[in-house]
Design a protein around this ligand. Structure first.
Ligand code: DMJ
Length: 546
C-alpha cells in the first residue's frame, strides 16, 4: 500500500489560516440545524484531519434519507419521498438500484445496522433475472450504479457475495458489447442476456465511454479478459472517430462508429467521457499512455475552445459548441450555457494537474507548488480552481443551491449576477433549468479540491451547500427531494430522491470532513457514481495502446 504521507507534515500550518468565509448565511432558522450552530465556530485542528461533528452531521443526513426509503420503499429501484412510494425500473421487479448504489456509503459511514439490513436484502432478494425488453435498463446507468456499487462494496468489505452478483450482472450485460463497432447497445435485457440497440442507432458519447473502469476492475478481479477487451474496444472506436479539436460531440452512430452532427459539451451526454480518460489512466497506475494522450489532447481542446470568462466578474465557465453547416466537424458556434454536471470538471482538472500534470511522480505538495507541475498541469490547475469558483457563484441564489443549467450572460431580471437561469423570473413558473435535483458535481469537486489543497475555504463551501440542502431539500416526513426552483423561497419540491444523492452527494460531502486516509486518492479512483475502485497494475495486457 502506497501512502501519500510525504507532504502531510507541512499541512499543520494551513488550518491556522482557515477562514470563516461562509458562502451562505447560516441556516440557524432551520430547527434541525440549530444544534449545529456551535459547529460553525469550530475549525479542525489539522488541515486534513477529520472534522468529526460536521462529518457526523452528514452521516445523520444520510440516515434521514435512507431510513425514509427503507420505511416506504425497501427493495424498490427508485424512491418518491413526497408520496412515500417506490418504483421499479422493470415491471418484473427491482435490480437493487437504490440499495446497491447506497451500500458503500454505509460502509464508509460505519452505519452498521443499516448496512447489515441492506446486505441481507442483497443476499436474499437481489435478482437480475428481470425483463428489460421495454428498454428499461440503460447499459450506462446499470453499469455505473449497480455494477460499480457491487464492485465497490466488494472492495471495501472483502465480501465475495458482492463479487458473485457483479459477475452475474456483467455476464448478462456483456452481449450488449457484441456490435460491429464495439460501441455498446444502449440498453440491456438482463433476463434475456442480450443487448438492445437504440432504434436510431445513436449512442451518447458519455454512455459508450463510461463503463470501462467497472468492467476493467471486474476483469482484474476475475482474470476474465472478455470484460476488459469489450469495454476497451468502445474506447478505441471513439479514438478512431476523433475530430481535429480532440473534443467529442455528444452523439455517435453505433453502426459505423462515427460522431453524429451534435453539440460538444462537458455537460449531459458528454461529461464522463472526459472524466474516464483521466481515471482510466490513473486506474492502472499510469501504465497506459493512450489514456494520458487522449486526456492531454482533450484538455488542450477544452482550453482552446470552451474555457470562457464573464466580462464583468471574470467568472470562469465552460461553454458549449453547436455544429454549424456542412463543415460541422471544424466549424462551431458558441453557447454560453453550463450544466450543473460540468462542475465535475473543476476537481477533475485539479486531480489531473497533480497526477498526469506532475513533473515528477510523487513530488506534488498539498497544495501543489507550480514548479512541481508541467505547463499543462499548471494551466489545468488554474482552470480547475477558477471553474470551482465559477460553480460556487451559481450557488448565489435564494436557496444557496445551484440550478440545473446556468446561462453565463447577464439578464435584465438578474442584473446583479454574471449569469442567469433561462426563463426564470421572480414569481414566474419554474423552468427545468431552475431545479436542483440533489446533484453531486460541485461537492465532488470541493472534495477533491480539499484533499489536494487542504484549504479550509473548500470545507466551508461544502458545509454551506450541505446547509442549503438541509434547509431546502430535507423533508420533515423523511427523505430529501428535488427543489423545482432554486431562486424561489419557500421552495416547492418534486417527488424524487435520486439514488446519486446517497451514492455521491452525501458520500463526497462526508469524505470532505473525514481525514484524508479514508479512501486515499493515490489508492482509489472513484467511478462516475462515486464508487471507489482500487488502483492496480493490470495483469491483463491491454490491446488498445498507443
Ligand atoms: C450521476 O449519475 C453520474 O455522476 C453521471 O456521470 C452523471 N451525473 C449523475 C449525477 O448528477
Amino acid at each position: 500500500m502506497r501512502r501519500r504521507t510525504l507532504f502531510y507534515f507541512g499541512l499543520l500550518f494551513i488550518a491556522a489560516v482557515g477562514t470563516h468565509l461562509y458562502f451562505f448565511s447560516s441556516s440557524s432558522d432551520s430547527p434541525h440545524l440549530s444544534d449545529w450552530d456551535d459547529v460553525l465556530e469550530e475549525e479542525p485542528s489539522t488541515s486534513l484531519a477529520a472534522d468529526p461533528r460536521k462529518r457526523d452531521a452528514i452521516a445523520a443526513a444520510f440516515k434521514h434519507a435512507w431510513s425514509a426509503y427503507e420505511r416506504d420503499a425497501m427493495g424498490s429501484d427508485e424512491y418518491h419521498p413526497l408520496s412515500h412510494t417506490g418504483k421499479n425500473l422493470s415491471h418484473t421487479g427491482g435490480i437493487g438500484y437504490t440499495i446497491v448504489d447506497a451500500i458503500d456509503t454505509m460502509l464508509l459511514m460505519d452505519l452498521h445496522q443499516e448496512y447489515s439490513r441492506a446486505r441481507d436484502w442483497i443476499r436474499d432478494s437481489l435478482s437480475f433475472d428481470r425483463d428489460g425488453a421495454s428498454r428499461c435498463f440503460n447499459t450506462f446507468e446499470t453499469t455505473i450504479r449497480v455494477l460499480g456499487g457491487l464492485l465497490s462494496a466488494h472492495h471495501l468489505s472483502s465480501d465475495d457475495m458482492y463479487l458473485k452478483h457483479a459477475v452475474d450482472l456483467a455476464d448478462r450485460m456483456l452481449p450488449a458489447f457484441n456490435t460491429a463497432t464495439g460501441l455498446p447497445d444502449t440498453s440491456v435485457n438482463l433476463a434475456a442476456h442480450s443487448g438492445i440497440a437504440d432504434p436510431g442507432n445513436h449512442i451518447s458519447t458519455a454512455e459508450a465511454t463510461t463503463l470501462q473502469l467497472e468492467f476493467r476492475d471486474l476483469a482484474q478481479l476475475t482474470k476474465n479478459t472478455d470484460y476488459w477487451y469489450k469495454a476497451e474496444k468502445a474506447m478505441s472506436a471513439v479514438y478512431a472517430a476523433r475530430l481535429p479539436s480532440n473534443l467529442a460531440p455528444i452523439s455517435m452512430n453505433s453502426n459505423d462508429g462515427s460522431f453524429l452532427q451534435s453539440d460538444i459539451r462537458l455537460g449531459s451526454r458528454g461529461d464522463s467521457y472526459y472524466e474516464y480518460l483521466l481515471k482510466q489512466y490513473l486506474q492502472t497506475d499510469r501504465t497506459e499512455p493512450i489514456y494520458r494522450k487522449m486526456y492531454d489532447d482533450a484538455m488542450q481542446g477544452i482550453h482552446d475552445h470552451l474555457v470562457q470568462k464573464t466580462p464583468k466578474r471574470k467568472l470562469t465557465y465552460i461553454a458549449e459548441l453547436f455544429p454549424k453547416g456542412a463543415n460541422w466537424r471544424t466549424t462551431w458556434d458558441i453557447n454560453h450555457k453550463q450544466d450543473h454536471l460540468v462542475c465535475f470538471l473543476a476537481g477533475s482538472l485539479m486531480l489531473g494537474a497533480t497526477t498526469a500534470g506532475a513533473r515528477t511522480r510523487g513530488v506534488v505538495s498539498i497544495p501543489p507548488q507550480m514548479n512541481e507541475l508541467t505547463k499543462a498541469g499548471q494551466r489545468d490547475w488554474k482552470t480547475g480552481v477558477a471553474l470551482l469558483e465559477g460553480c460556487m457563484a451559481t450557488h448565489q441564489t435564494a436557496t444557496g443551491l445551484s440550478p440545473e443549467i446556468a446561462q453565463f450572460q447577464q439578464s435584465p431580471q438578474q442584473p446583479d449576477r454574471d449569469w442567469h437561469i433561462k426563463g426564470s423570473r421572480p414569481g414566474g413558473p419554474a423552468t427545468y433549468d431552475a431545479r436542483y435535483m440533489l446533484r453531486p458535481e460541485t461537492v465532488e469537486s470541493l472534495f477533491l479540491a480539499w484533499r489536494l489543497t487542504g484549504e479550509q475555504k473548500y470545507r466551508n463551501y461544502a458545509w454551506g451547500i450541505f446547509q442549503a440542502i438541509e434547509k431546502h431539500c430535507r423533508l420533515p416526513g423523511g427523505g430529501y427531494a428535488t427543489v423545482v426552483d432554486v431562486d424561489t423561497v419557500p421552495v416547492r419540491h418534486d417527488d424524487k430522491q435520486e439514488t446519486f444523492f446517497l451514492s455521491e452527494t452525501l458520500k463526497y460531502l462526508y469524505l470532505t470532513f473525514t481525514d484524508a486516509s479514508v479512501v486515499p486518492l493515490d489508492e482509489y479512483v472513484f467511478n462516475t457514481e462515486a464508487h471507489p475502485l482500487p488502483i492496480f497494475r493490470p495483469s491483463i495486457k491491454p490491446k488498445f495502446t498507443l
